[in-house]
Design a protein around this ligand. Structure first.
Ligand SMILES: [Zn+2]
Length: 339
């Protein structure tokens, strides 16, 4: 019996286990009611009296060692970070913080919905573009200031490749690849080489709409603009169009809406004019249609484009553009109820 205890002592000393289950199996094997130690305790009754003391002491040694060894294995297992079994599954969980949609996404989705209901479909294109799709195909003269280093990010080793300065490049791609009727909206991120301040950023978001078909007139454009303004800013919203200039539209206009804060009475937000500017638009210049393989004698169209940040500012009075890209959760949380 002494020999058997000696053998178990050696066995226990070299025990190894890396998971909670393995340790538990060892505890059952050695220390449970039917385990090795209990069995030997029972057998101790049959040991002759003169040997009982010696065997008893040896057996206690085995019991102590087994308990100690298993305690050590448990401690090692709990502190081991790499083991998933080291997780304390009884611990109360942290409340899971739910994120919110970014205000730019919320407003973008709202604009998309208004135009989708009018039959426009979404078109997307690359943010890194060639000169043709961003400028040339859109009637930008070779010396147009928008091509200047001041405004455009060029890819250094490839002067023909730029970060798109507007989503109109997507319109060019669609005109290139499809035939009228074309009725699309192009939401996306654009880049301008501008110093970052509260009212300018080197990247922002645009959404443009393009409709090309037979007999599209300025009256169609005006009706869509009014519908959009009233859906976005309320039924009572009025619009006004001012003549403007863009290389890709002729005639061109900028659209103001009656100030949605003071209702047109005049306030600091609208600089007491009662009007705020929200987008640019116009009839697609025949040169642009021809550049993109569309017969301008048969087809006409309108285009309009807006900055999503601008619309978001008007809806939520965000005064500093930089807030949109700082990822401050306190700012983002404010839009929780807008979902
Ligand atoms: Zn106002």
């Amino acid at each position: 019996m002494i020999a058997k205890i000696e053998q178990l002592l050696k066995e226990v000393e070299s025990l190894k286990a890396s998971t909670t289950e393995e340790i538990e199996a060892l505890r059952i094997k050695y220390l449970s009611k039917k385990g090795e130690v209990s069995q030997l305790m029972k057998e101790l009754r049959d040991v002759p009296n003169e040997l009982k003391k010696e065997v008893g002491m040896k057996l206690n040694e085995l019991k102590d060692m087994a308990q100690e060894k298993i305690a050590i294995l448990k401690a090692q297992n709990e502190t081991s970070d790499s083991s998933a079994d080291g997780l304390d599954l009884t611990r109360t969980s942290y409340p899971i913080a739910l994120g919110t949609r970014h205000p730019i996404t919320l407003v973008k989705n709202e604009i998309i919905e208004i135009f989708s209901n009018l039959g426009f479909s979404i078109a997307e294109g690359p943010e890194i573009e060639d000169d043709w799709h961003v400028f040339s195909a859109l009637n930008f003269a070779a010396d147009h200031p928008a091509r200047d280093m001041q405004d455009t990010f060029f890819i250094e080793s490839k002067p023909d490749i730029v970060l798109r300065t507007h989503t109109s490049s997507v319109q060019t791609r669609v005109m290139d690849n499809s035939k009228p009727p074309i009725r699309i909206i192009c939401p996306g991120r654009v880049y301008r080489n501008e110093a970052i301040s509260y009212r300018a950023h080197c990247f922002f978001h645009q959404l443009e709409a393009l409709y090309i078909d037979k007999d599209v007139s300025f009256a169609d454009l005006k009706q869509v603009l009014l519908h959009f303004a009233q859906q976005m800013f309320g039924e009572d919203t009025k619009i006004r169009l001012r003549p403007s200039y863009f290389p890709f539209t002729e005639p061109s206009a900028e659209m103001d809406i009656s100030c949605n804060i003071c209702g047109g009475k005049g306030c600091p937000f609208c600089k007491n004019t009662g009007w705020v500017e929200i987008l640019g638009c116009g009839m697609v210049d025949p040169n642009v249609l021809e550049s993109n393989g569309i017969d301008s004698n048969v087809y006409s169209g309108y285009a309009l484009g807006m900055g999503i940040e601008r619309i978001t500012n008007l809806k939520y009075q965000v005064s500093d553009l930089r807030l949109f890209s700082e990822n401050d959760t306190r700012f983002l949380k404010e839009f929780e109820s807008a979902h």
